[in-house]
Design a binder for this molecule. Sequence first.
Ligand code: NDP
Length: 245
Amino acid sequence: MSTDKKVALITGGNKGIGLETARQLGKLGITVLIGVRDEAKGEAAVTELKKDGVEARAVKLDMDNSADYAAVAKLIEKDYGRLDILVNNAGIFLDGRKGNETTKTSKEILQKTFNTNFFAVVGLTQALLPLLKKSLGGRIVNLSSILGSNTLHATPGSFIYDAKTFAYDASKAALNSFTIHLAHELKDTKIKVNSAHPGWVKTEMGGEGAQLDIETGAKTSVELATLQDSGPNGEFLHLGKALPW
Ligand code: NDP
């Protein structure tokens, strides 16, 4: 089956920035599929989105279960024939709110963080690329963080110079590397790949003390998911502003 409406998959779409990104994309008339690891949470989110007039559907997608990637690709192929937008939004932060000494960061925390924030994104994106290539203008948005900026970490005086969140930061730096490599590989296709920093956003991960409300926090993802053909490719952006890698 194929559809005239654009189709977007947003991973980790049951809450936080992912759910709001789904809402904003849905309000633009895009069919949104939200990837969820907990089906009950997914159904609750779909009910919420439908109340806002959004065409939404939950698909089972545990980023830590690589068997789910092919299953999701098969479902999208069967029901929509292509994928226009992939927002790699699901992510975890395990370093603890106050962070930890880099030398005390355990291999277990590093592995878990890299599994979800990096390996899973690479695996899912690889599985969905054939469907994105069928779009008239595929868009891939990787939810990174300013904490993934090696340049800022290495700049004395920068606000993240003394950051103690090594596992998360390194996983997002690796994700940024994926953005760059993939954008270069796909430069002669219609697909654009960018990294997004949403800002510090009031979600379960960002906490109550964060600067941005959730509507603003989803804006960078929405902008990059709906880029014109003349838009940026292989960049790291926050609300239209390029950030240092
Ligand atoms: P939340 O913690 O509020 O939401 C994270 C989402 O990811 C949830 O839907 C969660 O599902 C899902 N998720 C986590 N692990 C998996 C998994 N293994 N499989 C499937 N889904 C999973 O985070 P935010 O909304 O704040 O963050 C969204 C993205 O933005 C993340 O990548 C984060 O790193 C990034 N970011 C956030 C910032 C902030 O200030 N909030 C700042 C910079 C970047 P479940 O409900 O089942 O746990």
